[in-house]
Every structure is written in C-alpha cells, then in structure tokens.
Design a binder for this molecule. Structure first.
Ligand code: NAI
Length: 318
C-alpha cells in the first residue's frame, strides 16, 4: 500500500484559498493534519470588491471535518499580514502556496495601464510580499516549501493575456532564483502551471473539457512537492486532468563565431540553420546562467574555435 503523505504540525499558508484550486489545496491540507491559513480577499475574478465569505466557508469546512484552520482576508499585496496571521495562530509557517490570482483579459491593443498594473500587483507583487515575509522564518527553521502558480499562458503566450502571461512567466524566474538562494537553508521552491475548472476558466473553456479538469486533480502534485521528505526544487510542472509533467529549457547546439571582423549580420544569416537546429546535434538543457559560460569555454576549446580566453569582466556575469 502507498504511504499517506501527512502534514501534521506543519502550517500551510494558501493565498486565494476561498475558491477553485486554492480551496482544493486548503481542504486537502486540512484533512492531512496541517494547520491551514486560508487567505482570500473575496474579490471578483477581475480583482474588484472584497468579502470575508469565501475564506470563512473554507475554514468552516476544514473545522467541521476535524481540521485546524484560520481565515485571513488581506489582499496578497499585503502578504506580510497573511504570514503574521500564520505566526499568531500557529507559531510558524512551513509551506507557502502562492495561488491567488485575477484575470484582466483584453487584446494588447486595448489594454489599459490598470489592466497591466493590477495583474502584476496580484500575481507578482503578491507572491513577492508573502514570500518576503515567510523567508526569514524559513531560513531560521531551516525548512520551507514554496509553490508559485504560473500558467500555460505564461509559458507559451495566450491571446488577450499579455499582462497575465508576463506576470506568470515572471513567477517562473522568481521561483528559479528562490530555489537557488533557498537550497542551503532547506527552502525548496517549485512552480506549477495548473489546468482546472474554476470560475477563472469556466467562461473560456468548453463544458466537456471543464468536466475533465477537477481542481482536486492538481492537489497530489502540490502535496508531493511541499512534503517535508521531498527535496525537489526549481522545477516547473504542468498538472491537470490527471496529467503531470515537468518542463525545462532547451538550448540548440548553436553556432560559435570568431569574434573578429568576420562576425557580421551576414555571418548570422549564413549559419542561421545551425543556430536554430535542435535535431542534428544534441541540444542542451541549461539550468543557470553559469551554464552559458561553461558552454562557451568548452566550445572555445575546439581547435576550430581557438580564440583566447573569455574576458575576465564577462566571466560569471552573463
Ligand atoms: P479562482 O478565481 O477560482 O481563485 C482565485 C482566488 O484568488 C479567488 O478566490 C480570489 O478571491 C482570490 N484572490 C484574487 N485576488 C486576490 C488578492 N489580491 N488577494 C487574495 N486573494 C485574492 O481561480 P483558480 O482557477 O482557482 O486560480 C488559482 C491560481 O491558478 C491563479 O493564480 C490562476 O492564475 C492560476 N491558474 C489557474 C488555471 C486554471 O486552469 N484554473 C490555469 C493556469 C493558472
């Protein structure tokens, strides 16, 4: 029999947990022994208005099922207050799930500054503020698990979602850096691109597809990644409809040019097929900026590419 992953004694903060995916996470963690902080502003999916009801209903559900939970109604832009609620109620925070989100979909031509700013504020600044407040606690206790929520729209682009795509891919970069800075303190950060039926997707996805996309089916991955025994960090995952996969960057084998007067736009044109070729030579899977320097240095070792050392002021800065 498979071992049940439990979260006894751990405090899990979930933003935007009054509905959709966040609610599914909250009910799960509440049923597995965690102390849950259910944050929700109770706004519309466009980020307007506020209400305490969404968070209260989830807290009641968790308590009725015998779990521990408290509500917090602050906007994630005041994420420090959400972490304060966790510390006051339960003494610490161990898992942070940055999930709150809004949409302000509109073609780029018609996008207003408010559409751009509000989306960046909730998704990016919100994740920054909660994480910034939890970080010293994580460092001190040498333990922390962070899930940030990206989206296929961020990874691949999506019509009418320039604001949302930018914020969501921003969260990928944010997660990657947190995973690098947090590793030695036992702080592991991963980012997910979920797919689930919620009020956010009910108007954009067809009915039959929505039926295949229960929010509960994103929960197992999130729970696995935040468990104390899981040491995965810096991963980008897609999850929905029972499908779970990992993504990473792929770099073409590329072309290395002599950096003399022969390195012209025309030389790029001449070797364009090599630059964009992922087939004839094995691609690389970079995981950090320093990979690029290593790659450059080893490429320079090839007899055909001998052209001296990488300049000192460029080393490690690319
Ligand atoms: P949802 O609209 O059901 O849930 C989002 C929750 O966040 C709402 O309860 C809302 O009140 C809350 N919220 C909004 N602004 C807030 C703020 N400033 N402070 C605190 N709470 C706030 O949407 P869903 O689908 O559950 O989305 C959850 C996350 O997953 C979002 O970040 C979304 O962008 C992301 N996502 C969802 C996908 C899906 O297929 N449902 C696809 C890709 C990403």
């Amino acid at each position: 029999m498979e071992q049940e992953l439990r979260f006894d004694g751990q405090t899990v903060v979930i933003t935007g947990a009054g509905g959709g995916l966040g609610k599914a996470y909250a009910l799960f963690f509440g049923s597995r022994g965690a102390n849950v902080v259910v944050n929700d502003l109770g706004s519309t999916s466009k980020g307007e208005g506020h209400s305490t009801k969404a968070a209260d209903v989830v807290v009641d559900d968790i308590k009725k099922a015998g779990g521990n939970a408290v509500a917090n109604y602050d906007s994630v832009e005041f994420g420090d207050k959400i972490i304060e609620t966790a510390i006051k109620a339960f003494g610490s925070v161990h898992v942070l799930i940055n999930n709150a989100g809004i949409l302000r979909d509109i073609s780029f031509k018609n996008m207003k500054d408010t559409d751009w700013d509000l989306v960046q504020l909730v998704h990016l600044k919100g994740a920054y503020k909660t994480t910034k407040a939890a970080w010293p606690v994580f460092r001190k206790q040498k333990f922390g698990r962070i899930i940030n929520t990206a989206s296929a729209a961020g990874l691949y682009g999506s019509f009418g979602q320039a604001n949302y795509s930018a914020a969501k891919l921003g969260l990928v970069g944010f997660t990657e850096t947190l995973s690098k800075e947090g590793a030695k303190y036992g702080i592991f950060a991963n980012v997910i691109a979920p797919m689930a039926a919620s009020r956010m997707t009910q108007t954009v996805l067809p009915e039959d597809l929505l039926g295949m996309l229960k929010p509960e089916w994103v929960v197992p991955l999130v729970a696995y990644l935040t468990h104390k025994n899981t040491v995965e960090t810096g991963g980008i995952y897609e999850a929905g409809a029972g499908f779970v996969s990992k993504l990473h960057w792929e770099r073409s084998h590329g072309a290395l040019f002599k950096t003399d007067e022969s390195f012209t736009p025309a030389s790029i044109l001449a070797r364009w097929n090599e630059i964009v070729d992922f087939e004839s030579n094995p691609p690389q899977y970079p995981t950090g900026p320093n990979d690029f320097m290593g790659l450059l240095e080893s490429a320079r070792e090839l007899p055909s590419n001998k052209q001296g050392d990488v300049p000192v002021d460029v080393k490690g800065k690319v």
